[in-house]
Every structure is written in structure tokens, then in C-alpha cells.
Write a protein that binds this ligand. Structure first.
Ligand code: FE2
Length: 377
């Protein structure tokens, strides 16, 4: 994987790393219109056309477009007929992340290990082949209807996966510096956080690296609790949120109401230059949560010296936080589908290994403003 990931200190010693994972392989979203979604991620986020599988490649039931930016691969899949399982998924949840695929050296071993430790099967190991070699995949369920697919691709030299062909396009919007998936957050039902923390610990060998409770993260109306699970090499980080009692509906509850079950709340993608990335994203129509101007009046008292120009960060609504190891810059998009469910975070780490706890207050207030507009607070 990338050099920046290799610089992450090995602070995850507690992880019983019986299931080595090399990194995120791909994220598959089930969407209503995969062709248009691919165009959106290319145009707005700077992804590039990568691979395709559908009628033209002999697939009878689905149409998938794969877009790529550095190490991030998004697979956008739509059904071609009514009455399909994918169609039902979209009807129940709207567009959202179905598959969080993990890159492993041995997908059979990963599957058997997870199953022997209590996982629920999604897909037994299968070997798919084409002229470029073979890929073994297997899968287990995680929270809600979300699944982890283990991908073993050491004997494969093709574009993406067998069954996909290279997707060439003359339309190549400039990439925006998005590099890899930094972390991916799941929202689970009230009282279920620890169950899923135990799942990642016992079934997948992850360790808990951070936790927040409702004393850390609460406003007058809303609260949440969160624990962050990491695999042994730190390349896979899954914060898991559950709602906490508040006076009004929390953002996690709102998500659960609209998604219909637990699911992926946000995908955080890393950049080395958040000012440039966010400037371009805004130019291309991506909308972000608004941060009150007064956030910037006192933020440097909290985070100390930073390299970036505060005025630029303020204009772009980028948030700043610091921990013992450095600082980070982050910003959150509005949901990227009609339902107030999944959104993206853009993050630039300057040493900090945490997740922006110091910003949660400002962030929650911003989210509540949006909820108020939607009438769901
Ligand atoms: Fe995040």
C-alpha cells in the first residue's frame, strides 16, 4: 500500500491479527442509476473511468461501473430488471454502500476463520477466472445488510475483476487528489454498538483504539456514542456509532429511520492538500456542511499553530483538530443521495491519528441546522 499508510505508527498492538488485511479493496454501492452515479463521481469528485460489467460483457441482471482515484475504487451497481434482490435493497435503503471489500492474501482462509468465529455467511469462497488470471472472493455479513467481501487477487493481472472489462472514456475530469479510504463509519441501532465492537474484535481480530461517549459528543438535542475499531496494521479503521438519548432525534437515529437499518454513514477519504481538493470539489458542485463563522474565532486557541492559512480554511468551512501526535483538517459533505444517509468526509492528516473529536460539537450543531431544514429534528 501507500507510503503514507506505512508511516502510521504501530499503535494497534492489541489487535489479535489473525486475519491480515492489506487494505480496502473496493466499495460497492447499490444505486438506482449506476451510469449516472459514475458520471457524478467522475465529474464532482474527480474519479476516472476504470472498469465495466453489464449487458455488453455478458452480465444479464446488473450493470456495474467502476471508477477509480488513486487507491479508491467505487463500484456502482444497478439492477436491470424489477423484482431483484438489488432492487429490493435500493427500495428499502436508497442508494448506499452494500460491500466493503477487503484485500487479503487468502480469501478462503479469511472466510473460514471468520466463520469459525461466528460470522454469518454472505458468499462462500468462489474462484473467478479470465485471460488475466484468477481472483478468489468470499463474504460475510456485518451490521445491517452491509457485507465484507474478502478479495484475493495475487494471481490476477486484469483491470479489476474477472467479468469486468476495461472502461475507456474520452471524458477524464481532472482528479482532485483523493488518495485512499482513511476510515469508514457505521451507524448501528441503539444499544448495538458494543455488539459490533465485539464482532470486529472476536470475528476479525480488530482492536478498539478510541471511544467517545455522550459526554464527549452531545448538544442540547442530540448525542451519540462511538468506538473506533482498527485492524492490526491500521489500514482499516471502522468507527461505529450508536445514538444516545437526546431531547430530539439524533443524526444517527435520522440515518437509521431513512436507511431502514444499520449501515455505512460516511466514507472518509484522504488528501494531501485539503484546501486545493475542497476548492475544486466546491467548484464542481459538491455541497458541504456549513460551519458557523465563530468556530474560527477561537479554533487556534484549541489547536495551536497550523501551516495552512486560517482565512482559506474559514472560507471553505474546513474544520481543524489536534491530538498528541499532530493535527488534522476535515470537512463533511451533505448526504450524496436524496435520503439523509451516506455522506463523505475529506481529511488531511498532519500527524494526528484521531478522528476530530474536538470538532464534533461544531459539527453536530451544523448537522442539526440541516435536520431542522428537513423537519426531522
Ligand atoms: Fe470520520
Amino acid at each position: 500500500m501507500s507510503t503514507e499508510l506505512d508511516t502510521i505508527p504501530k499503535i494497534f498492538d492489541e489487535a489479535a491479527d489473525f486475519m491480515p488485511i492489506n487494505g480496502t479493496d473496493y466499495l460497492e454501492l447499490y444505486v438506482g442509476n449506476s451510469l449516472q452515479a459514475a458520471h457524478y463521481y467522475k465529474t464532482a469528485f474527480g474519479f476516472q473511468s476504470h472498469a465495466y460489467a453489464g449487458l455488453a460483457t455478458g452480465m444479464k441482471d446488473t450493470e456495474s461501473y467502476v471508477v477509480i482515484q488513486d487507491k479508491i475504487r467505487l463500484v456502482l451497481t444497478s439492477p436491470l430488471h424489477s423484482g431483484s434482490a438489488i432492487g429490493k435493497h435500493i427500495d428499502e435503503h436508497g442508494d448506499g454502500v452494500k460491500v466493503v471489500a477487503l484485500w487479503v492474501d487468502d480469501a478462503t482462509y479469511a472466510y473460514e476463520t471468520a466463520m469459525s468465529r461466528g460470522a454469518k455467511s454472505f458468499m462462500e469462497p468462489i474462484t473467478e477466472e479470465d485471460q488475466d488470471g484468477k481472483v478468489v472472493r468470499s463474504g460475510i455479513y456485518t451490521y445491517g445488510e452491509t457485507v465484507h467481501v474478502f478479495v484475493e487477487r495475487k494471481d490476477y493481472n486484469g483491470t479489476f475483476l474477472p467479468g469486468f472489462k476495461k472502461w475507456d472514456s474520452t471524458y477524464k475530469p481532472e482528479p482532485l487528489g483523493l488518495k485512499y479510504v482513511d476510515h469508514m463509519v457505521g451507524n448501528v441501532e441503539l444499544g448495538k454498538m458494543n455488539e459490533w465492537v465485539d464482532f470486529y474484535k472476536n470475528v476479525m481480530g480488530f482492536a478498539q483504539i478510541i471511544s467517545f461517549d455522550d459526554k464527549d459528543i452531545s448538544t442540547e438535542y442530540t448525542a451519540l456514542m462511538s468506538k473506533v475499531m482498527s485492524n492490526g496494521n491500521g489500514r482499516i479503521k471502522f468507527p461505529i456509532n450508536e445514538p444516545a438519548e437526546g431531547r430530539k432525534k439524533s443524526q444517527v437515529e435520522e440515518y437509521l429511520d431513512f436507511y431502514g437499518t444499520a449501515g455505512v454513514q460516511h466514507i472518509a477519504v484522504a488528501t494531501d492538500n485539503i484546501i486545493e481538493t475542497v476548492t475544486q470539489l466546491r467548484n464542481r458542485g459538491v455541497e458541504f456542511l456549513y460551519v458557523p463563522d465563530n468556530y474560527y474565532d477561537s479554533v487556534l486557541d484549541r489547536v495551536g499553530e497550523i501551516k495552512e492559512d486560517l482565512q482559506r480554511l474559514k472560507e471553505l468551512n474546513i474544520l481543524i483538530d489536534r491530538d498528541d501526535e499532530g493535527y488534522l483538517l476535515q470537512i463533511f459533505t451533505k448526504p450524496v443521495e436524496p435520503r439523509p444517509t451516506m455522506f463523505f468526509e475529506i481529511i488531511q492528516r498532519e500527524g494526528a491519528q484521531s478522528f476530530g473529536k474536538g470538532n464534533f460539537q461544531a459539527l453536530f450543531e451544523a448537522i442539526e441546522k440541516e435536520q431542522e431544514l428537513r423537519g426531522t429534528l
